[in-house]
Ligand binder design. Structure first.
Ligand code: ADP
Ligand code: MG
Length: 580
């Protein structure tokens, strides 16, 4: 354990962190702060929630030249939320430092106001890559005095496609200047190491390893829900756990929107947050969530990255995250500051069952399977809690008005039992939420209601029908019965998919790989295939094309196929028509 008194930091900082309730420095802080103060480049990594903001923020503040017109430090963060969060945290550290101004800049906020603030002069600029580039291009942000450049959540910025922006910002740093480049990143993929190599000078690598990669105080459970019943399962679990503050993670923006619609439809008020939303709206959402006005927030990983809200008691993984590191980030939203937390993951189907095993292996934590509460259990629990509430209310004094109402009702000859029953049914709803396994899907029959999808791979790519089936089952988590006839062509394949599953297949298979080939999937626009004529024609074309390319060296016009493989005869006919 290292206390802040043992670290080479000023009394102003010590006073500020003490006020913030920090007693000991975390490992990443204890190791990074001295290094950064000494002027070294640092490449740091530690789990989420271990205080990386202070690890780079405190030494940065210490090194600012008070009252300098142009910034001495530039901090780059992936999202607007993180920019505001880091700026707010840094202001707290700098509370007793004279003349250290911090200006956050990000998209979605009027640029003029930011220009004004930058003009007035500041020591630290915290910004998103896009907005920083914007200001650099307008020359409203000057790098001439920057001697520290810090990338927070660097891997996330690369994932989000900010690679070029970041490289450009880094290479815009004044040449030969003796500046420090500091990188904090949850993972160190090849891309990060490349940036390190190119832009850092003998970086000190600080890595806080932990064998248990998620936070000990978080209990981790997974539930298996029948296919297509996940939303219902979630409703059951929200009812069961009745969290005070709950974050639900989805892998895509679309899923965030859909899930919040679904929940709201069933009377569960849920906020949602993803990158497509306007900044003002996002800030409002975060405030409502923080203040507990609306206790359920559905978010994508990127929108929620690094967001630090205390007292989240339940984290739900509505999907298994695509990136294992995300699981740790998600679960790290709860169980903060030594408090107890619960993280639950919902899975359905074989693929996700394997997925959860991967998560267990990766995180080295024991995520235990629990059975969903049965409808009966839930109904009973709801009824018990209603009875308890009524009992509680019965302890209150009888009001004048309610007595008058009761007397009026009885004067009309209504029995007491009827009055009570009416009041209860007005106040008590105990709906059965269906989470039962569906009946087995109907056998594939000739009247199979199918849509034909065209996959951009075929025999020429060495694909067999089995490859396509396997890929669809793997990617889409479907029953094999949803797949009908498959026709392989030279360079594409036609696949019949049960009409109600077409969207899933279109979404999930788009740009997936089958036998190492990227696949483009579209609804087949050709008239209904019946007798395989189209296939014959296609094959004839390919043959002719091959023949054509062998004999065309002498320049004689080829018959049958033109350059892009379109039917030659057809185009002649067409041009004749035109001439008429
Ligand atoms: P990270 O960036 O590593 O995910 P943050 O910098 O967001 O973590 O810090 C997570 C939380 O821990 C914040 O609420 C922060 O104020 C708190 N914190 C950071 N350092 C300390 C410390 N030394 N002692 C107590 N709390 C701390
Ligand atoms: Mg952070």
């Amino acid at each position: 354990m290292t206390t802040f008194n043992e670290l080479p930091v000023s009394s102003e900082i010590k006073k500020a962190v003490e006020e913030m309730g920090y007693e000991n420095a975390t490992d990443i802080q204890a190791q990074s702060i001295p290094c950064i103060l000494e002027g070294k480049d640092v490449l740091g990594r530690s789990n989420t929630g271990t205080g990386k903001t202070a690890a780079f923020g405190i030494p940065t503040i210490e090194k600012i030249i008070p009252g300098n017109k142009f910034p001495n430090a530039l901090i780059i963060c992936p999202t607007r939320e993180l920019v505001t969060q880091v700026a707010t945290e840094l202001r707290k550290f700098a509370k007793y430092k004279e003349g250290v101004k911090i200006v956050p800049i990000y998209g979605g906020q009027p640029i003029d106001r930011q220009i004004q603030l930058l003009k007035r002069g500041c020591g630290i600029v915290v910004g998103t890559p896009g907005r920083i580039m914007d200001h650099l291009n307008r020359r409203t942000l000057k790098l001439q005095d920057v001697n520290m450049i810090i990338l927070d959540e660097a891997d996330e910025m690369l994932n989000m496609g900010f690679k070029e922006d970041i490289e450009e910002i880094l290479s815009m740093m004044p040449e030969n200047s003796e500046h420090q480049t500091i990188l904090f990143s949850a993972t160190w993929p090849e891309e990060i190491l490349k940036i390190t190599k190119q832009f850092q000078k003998n970086p000190v690598r600080i890595e806080i390893a932990s064998s248990q990669r998620t936070i000990d105080t978080v209990e981790q459970i997974y539930y298996e829900a029948p296919r297509g019943k996940k939303v219902n399962a979630l409703r059951v679990l929200l009812n069961h756990y009745d969290p005070d503050l709950c974050m639900i993670f989805c892998n895509t923006k679309k899923m965030v929107d859909e899930l919040s619609d679904e929940l709201n439809k069933h009377g569960i008020k849920a906020l949602s947050l993803h990158g497509d939303m306007k900044q003002e709206y996002r800030s409002r959402v975060m405030d409502q969530f923080r203040n507990g006005v609306s206790p359920i927030l559905i978010a994508t990983d990127v929108a929620a990255r690094g967001i630090d809200v205390d007292d989240i008691d339940l984290v739900v993984n509505f999907d298994i995250p695509q990136d294992m590191e995300y699981y740790i980030h998600r679960v790290g939203r709860t169980g903060r500051a030594g408090k107890k937390g619960l993280a639950i993951t919902l899975i359905s189907g074989r693929k996700q069952r394997n997925g959860i095993k991967d998560v267990i292996r990766y995180t080295k934590t024991n995520i235990v399977r629990h059975a969903l509460p049965t409808s009966e259990q839930l109904m009973k629990a709801n009824r018990d809690s209603f009875i308890a509430k009524v009992k509680d209310a019965c302890n209150e004094d009888i009001t004048e008005e309610s007595l008058e109402i009761a007397n009026a009702l009885m004067a009309d000859g209504i029995a007491l039992e009827n009055i009570i029953s009416a009041l209860i049914s007005m106040n008590y709803k105990n709906e059965i939420i269906d989470i039962e396994e569906e009946e087995k899907v109907k056998q594939y029959a000739s009247d199979f209601d199918a849509v034909t999808l065209k996959f951009s791979i075929g025999r020429a790519q060495g694909v067999h029908p089995g490859n396509i089936v396997a890929a669809i089952l793997e990617e889409c988590d479907l029953n094999a019965k949803a797949i009908g006839r498959i026709d392989l062509h030279a360079n594409f394949s036609l696949v019949d998919i049960a009409a109600d599953k077409v969207d899933i297949v279109l979404n999930n298979m788009q740009h997936s790989t089958i036998r190492k080939h990227e696949v483009v999937v579209e609804i087949d626009q050709a008239p209904k295939r019946k007798n395989g004529k189209r296939k014959e024609r296609e094959e004839r074309q390919v043959k002719e094309k091959r023949r054509g390319s062998r004999t065309s060296k002498d320049g004689t016009p080829r018959r049958g196929a033109n350059r892009n493989g379109a039917n030659h005869d057809k185009s002649i006919r067409k041009s004749k028509k035109k001439k008429k």
